[in-house]
Design a protein around this ligand. Structure first.
Ligand code: PLP
Length: 415
């Protein structure tokens, strides 16, 4: 344990006040790409060789409501399914997820299923720490969120297998790879247990938000996580309809200006397509075409994502190095091999105070508690660190402040 050996609270506070006097204003609250990452995709905007997709559709006109063929092929490859089982959407996978859940609430997942909204207290399992947008959308749709702890290999499967014996438990929403913010990737065994488990609700659905499916930090296969194909696992277990998988290019090209997708069984896709009919004529296919030409296959995605990795890897390494040097023994944190976040576990009862100290010194972090439903972290411990957005020099300054804030909060707790 190397923390606070010779450090007094007064000494830490003096350093903290000196930092505060610099008058910085830095926002680390969201996991956003930095400007250099966005520049990587600028060539995509030069769509020069016509607007026809490979099936001859003029992408500037209505048509192809489920997406142009080349975009369906790209996302089929990313998510590991046949392109016919893919719907390519607009610029937000969250929108596709929200729509799929809304359809389950209003109509039921498949024809003949009771709409979840007609049942008293439909529940959705949410592994924690998790993504605040997932909790918020369940709340918005009147679905009760049930938190489940996450371990190194995924959510607590014993707990999940027991909870799904309740027919009111209708589904689960999760980030299975490089989790936001846990950094955890589900093990093969976790994937298989989720695929195989008996659920009391026959229309149980897993919302598999694979937002970080291609977001590795390192080129070497042995320094990456590998996620088993959930659709294949469900199909092999005889539960082909169980999973709805999602991803987008938000963290590949433009955040909020990318292309999203959903993949699922033929029955699920037919259901979603039918219920989409009067929602829109088609999504933005010019954007789909730009993307499919820029990232025509997995090799192109890989090459492009390694350019992103080269920009953000030093930021992750910097944060991890400072945490190791300053805080080992006092706290723990994830050491993710991809994704957008480092998950910091402060001493119990300190997270809110740390975030407050950082804010008062000019650094906005994600609010403590936000990786938990209703913003309630029972241990007041988890802080989501999002290192990607600030330039390296600014991040260096943040990492001068953060350990000070942690040590001050921990000492105040003890006193
Ligand atoms: C797990 C997860 N899902 C979805 C999103 C947002 O994706 P999109 O821009 O495709 O809606 C994010 C963004 O941070 C995320 O972390």
């Amino acid at each position: 344990m190397n923390m606070m050996n010779n450090e007094t609270l007064d000494g830490l506070r003096a350093r903290y006040e000196a930092f505060k006097a610099r008058g910085l204003k830095l926002d680390m609250s969201r996991g956003k790409p930095d400007a250099a990452q966005l520049e990587l995709s600028r060539p995509m905007l030069d769509l020069r060789d016509g607007f026809l997709s490979e099936d001859g559709t003029d992408t500037r006109n209505y048509g192809d409501p489920l997406g142009i063929p080349e975009a369906r092929r790209l996302f089929g490859a990313l998510l590991g399914v046949d392109p016919a089982q893919v719907i390519v959407g607009g610029s937000a996978s969250l929108n596709l997820i929200f729509d799929a859940l809304t359809r389950a609430v209003l109509h039921g997942p498949l024809p003949g299923d009771t709409p979840w909204g007609k049942l008293p207290g439909a529940k959705i399992l949410c592994p924690v720490p998790g993504y605040d947008w997932h909790f918020g959308m369940c709340d918005t749709l009147g679905l009760e969120v049930v938190p489940v702890p996450t371990y190194d290999d995924g959510p607590d499967m014993d707990m999940i297998e027991s909870l799904v014996r309740d027919p009111a438990v209708k589904g689960m929403i999760c980030v299975p790879m490089y989790g936001n913010p846990s950094g955890v990737t589900y093990s093969d065994e976790t994937v298989d247990r989720l695929a195989r488990m008996d659920t009391a609700a026959p229309d149980f659905r897993i919302i598999w938000d694979n937002a970080y499916c291609a977001h590795h930090l390192y080129p070497e296969a042995e320094r990456r996580d590998h996620l088993k194909n959930m659709y294949a696992a469900c199909a092999a277990a005889g539960h082909e309809d169980r999973v709805l998988m999602f991803t987008s290019t938000s963290k590949m090209t433009f955040a909020g200006g990318g292309v999203s997708s959903m993949a699922a069984s033929p029955r699920n896709i037919a259901r979603q397509a039918a219920l989409m009919t009067y929602q829109l004529v088609c999504y933005d296919k010019v954007n789909q075409l730009r993307h499919a030409r820029f990232l025509p296959d997995l090799a192109a995605v890989e090459a492009h994502m390694m350019k992103h990795a080269a920009i953000i890897r030093p930021k992750f390494e910097l944060v991890l190095e400072v945490l190791e040097r300053e805080l080992s023994g006092l706290a723990r944190w994830s050491k993710p091999r991809g994704g957008y976040f480092i998950c910091f576990y402060a001493p119990k009862g300190c997270a809110k105070r740390i975030v407050q100290l950082c804010a008062e010194a000019g650094v906005t972090l994600t609010p403590a508690g936000s990786p938990y439903p209703h913003g309630y972290d029972p241990d007041d411990s988890v802080i989501r660190i999002a290192p990607t957005y600030p330039p390296l020099e600014e991040l260096r300054q943040v990492m001068e402040l953060f350990p000070l804030a942690v040590k001050i909060a921990a000492m105040e707790m003890r006193n």
